[in-house]
Every structure is written in structure tokens, then in C-alpha cells.
Design a protein around this ligand. Structure first.
Ligand code: PLP
Length: 395
């Protein structure tokens, strides 16, 4: 059987595999398929491959670690886990401790558990439990993270769900939903899956201050925005707020699965309250340490900010050049989108781009989304945009 036949016979069909490409290797922002054709990757596996494909330093770190120890149980000390927790606190400037998980949804589950624990007294009496999230948010696919996700269409089949989630239309609407049972507010600072929608900085800062006053936790889901995606280590740094809980995943491991919950509530969980077999093991935390080293140096060199500015300029130029296709350019840093005009289909643009061998993604109802590898070179960017241009011209 061909790979496609194997996939179609044995893999559960949860993904719409609209494209036949079968990638076999990568080199920074380039992907190569089984026929040897090159593609410019403006998607980085949905914001995961932060240090590019085939990064030799990351590969070396993983390889070196794999030869020594991949895993021992969390009952024992794990050196790179301890170092990574320290590194996250130092890099972000937050006074936090971290729990390591394996994915974004799992990190959010843990964050929700911490919030629920915060709302429960020592005898186990639930005092406050409600968590307010935003419409169009996305927090993951586990039952609770799905219920936290403010998209009713995603709640159709999998009930009954855990209670206690309410959805605000926008940041200002959050205040109206707060009641005596509210224990936390969970938001993305730039909604990713919801359509690359940045929140207003002043509104977020006011919200953070108000919640602090009312003893309501602020959870920031940085699964997509975290680890330099918006130009700073965290979007929370960019927005100049100090959340009570930040969740991470995607870009942190550069492709090695890892999730993290950073919290200022350092003593809230006791041994046995939470755990994970794989979370924080030698392999993933060693990989994440290398990712952070690479990205910190990249940021300090000025190259990351420089490329982000060039990228934004190019996207803006498309709005001017193709006013019939695009309404506006949206996003922050390397989390960008082109809003497609009513009557035009983002899917058609993405398909046309793929034909020209440039990988772009869809977000929300009608946004063409760009999440390039953070180490993308100018040459790779130019090649990608030349191909994107050809795709648009052909539409
Ligand atoms: N939260 C946000 C903001 C995300 O963008 C995603 C994934 O797209 C998730 C959570 C879920 O992460 P994962 O797929 O690793 O469970």
C-alpha cells in the first residue's frame, strides 16, 4: 500500500488532509517532498518549528540527550527540567514555578485545575469555580479545554461537559460576566485559531489590574503566542502584564512535544494534586533548553525583530496590491494574517499558494495565516513571497 492508502485505511480521519504532499525532510524554512520538490514553509507546523526544520543544534542536543537518558519518572530529579523551569522564570522575568506537560490542551487543563484549586478551600468546599473565556478562543481538544474554547460549534457532540465556563464577546464584556463564583479569566492575547486577532493592550492591562483587585486569576494561554512568536519571549511581556498563570506548548520544544504551566501561585499544588508520566522528561526539556538558547541569541542579534518588520511590510503591500482580495493585514510579530474580503475564499488562496510551493494556513472564518519559522532568512522570505505573489496573480 502507498503511504496515502495506509493513512486512509489505518489512521482515524480526524484531519482534512487536503494536500497530497508528503514531506520527507526540511532545512530551516524549507520543506522537501518525496519527489524532491522544495516548499517555503510559512506555517512551521502551526507555530511549532520555532527554530526551523532540521536545526543542527536542536538535532545535536536531542541526539546527545537520547544517547544518555530519554526518560526517568518524575519521582526523581531531572536536571534539564529544573534548568528549563529556571530559564523560563529568568527569561520572562516572572516570579514563577513551572509544571511540565506534553501539549497545549494538557497545559490548559492543568491551568484550569490550578484555578479550581484556588477556588476551593482546604476542606474541599468549592467557593468559586467559574472561568470566563472569550468567544472565538481556542484552548484545545480535551473535554475541558474544548469547553473552555469559546466556539459553540465545537461543543455539539461531546457532552456532557464540565460546568463553569462562560464566554465573553470581548474584553470589555468580561466585566459584565464576573459574579461571586468567578475564579479566573482565561484569554489568548492574540487569538490564533480564532483568526489572528490581537487584543487591545490598554484593555488587557486594565483587565489585569481589575482582576488583581478582585482576586480573580488571569490565565494567559500562550500556547501559540509564547516563545518569541510575537517578538518577545511571551506576549504577556509584550503587553506588559504579569498573569497568575501562563500556559505554553507549540514553539517551546521546536517540534518535540512539550507543554508548560508557569504560575506565580508557587505553593498551590501539593504532591499528588497533579502529574504526568512524560511531562518534563529529559528529552523534551533538553530540547526546549536548546530552543531557548537559539532563540534568545537570535532575538539579541536584532535579526528576529528585523525580519518581523520586513515580513509585516510585505504583507501590508499585498493589501495595497490586491484590494479585491484582502481587506487588511492583522497580527503581531510572526503571527500574522491577511483578512480575505467577503465573497473571496481563504481556502482558494491557500490552495493556489500550495501549487506554487509555499505553505500558508487558514485561521478563523476567512484569514490567510502566516506563522513562519522564527529563524527564517531573508532569502527564504523573498522566495516565499515571490511564490505567493505568483499564486495571487494567477487567481
Ligand atoms: N491553545 C492555543 C491558543 C492553541 O493555539 C492551541 C492549538 O492550536 C492549543 C491551545 C491546543 O494545543 P495542543 O494542540 O498542543 O493541545
Amino acid at each position: 500500500m502507498s503511504i496515502k492508502e495506509l493513512d486512509q485505511t489505518y489512521v482515524l480521519p480526524t484531519y482534512a488532509r487536503n494536500y497530497d504532499a508528503h514531506f520527507v525532510r526540511g532545512d530551516n524554512a524549507m520543506l522537501y517532498d518525496a519527489q524532491g520538490r522544495d516548499y517555503v514553509d510559512f506555517g512551521s507546523g502551526i507555530a511549532v518549528c520555532s527554530v526551523g526544520h532540521g536545526n543542527p543544534r536542536l538535532a545535536e542536543a536531542i541526539c546527545d540527550q537520547a544517547k544518555k537518558l530519554i526518560h526517568v519518572s518524575n519521582l526523581y530529579l531531572i536536571e534539564p527540567q529544573a534548568r528549563l523551569a529556571e530559564r523560563l522564570a529568568t527569561l520572562t522575568g516572572y516570579d514563577v514555578r513551572t509544571f511540565f506537560a506534553n501539549s497545549g490542551a494538557e497545559a490548559n487543563e492543568g491551568a484550569i485545575k490550578i484555578a479550581r484549586r484556588y477556588g476551593t478551600d482546604e476542606e474541599g468546599n468549592v467557593k468559586r469555580y467559574k472561568i470566563i473565556t472569550l468567544e472565538h478562543s481556542f484552548h484545545g481538544r480535551t473535554i475541558t479545554a474544548l469547553k473552555a474554547t469559546g466556539q459553540e460549534a465545537m461543543h455539539t457532540y461531546f457532552g456532557p461537559f464540565p460546568d463553569g465556563f462562560v464566554y465573553a464577546r470581548d474584553i470589555e464584556h468580561i466585566y459584565e460576566l464576573i459574579d461571586d463564583h468567578t475564579v479566573a479569566v482565561m484569554i489568548e492575547l492574540v487569538q490564533g485559531e480564532g483568526g489572528v486577532q490581537p487584543m487591545e493592550k490598554s484593555q488587557v492591562q486594565r483587565l489585569a489590574a481589575e482582576l488583581k483587585k478582585r482576586d480573580i486569576l488571569l490565565i494567559v494561554d500562550e500556547v501559540q503566542t509564547g516563545i518569541y512568536r510575537t517578538g518577545e519571549v511571551l506576549a504577556s511581556n509584550l503587553y506588559e502584564i504579569t498573569p497568575d498563570i501562563v500556559t505554553l506548548a507549540k514553539g517551546l520544544g521546536g517540534g518535540v512535544p512539550i507543554g508548560a504551566i508557569m504560575t506565580t501561585l508557587k505553593e498551590i499544588l501539593k504532591p499528588g494534586d497533579h502529574g504526568s508520566t512524560f511531562g518534563g522528561n529529559f528529552l523534551s526539556t533538553r530540547a526546549a533548553l536548546e530552543v531557548l538558547d537559539i532563540l534568545e541569541a537570535h532575538k539579541q542579534s536584532g535579526e528576529l525583530d528585523h525580519m518581523m518588520i520586513l515580513f509585516e511590510e510585505r504583507l501590508k503591500s499585498y493589501v495595497q496590491k490586491y484590494p479585491d482580495l484582502f481587506e487588511k493585514e492583522v497580527g503581531v510579530g510572526f503571527m500574522r494574517g491577511l483578512r480575505v474580503k467577503e465573497g473571496k475564499e481563504a481556502g482558494d488562496i491557500i490552495a493556489a499558494a500550495f501549487k506554487e510551493r509555499v505553505v500558508v494556513l487558514k485561521a478563523g472564518k476567512n484569514t490567510v495565516r502566516f506563522l513562519p519559522v522564527l529563524t527564517m532568512t531573508k532569502e527564504e522570505m523573498e522566495l516565499g513571497f515571490a511564490r505567493f505573489d505568483a499564486a495571487l496573480a494567477a487567481l
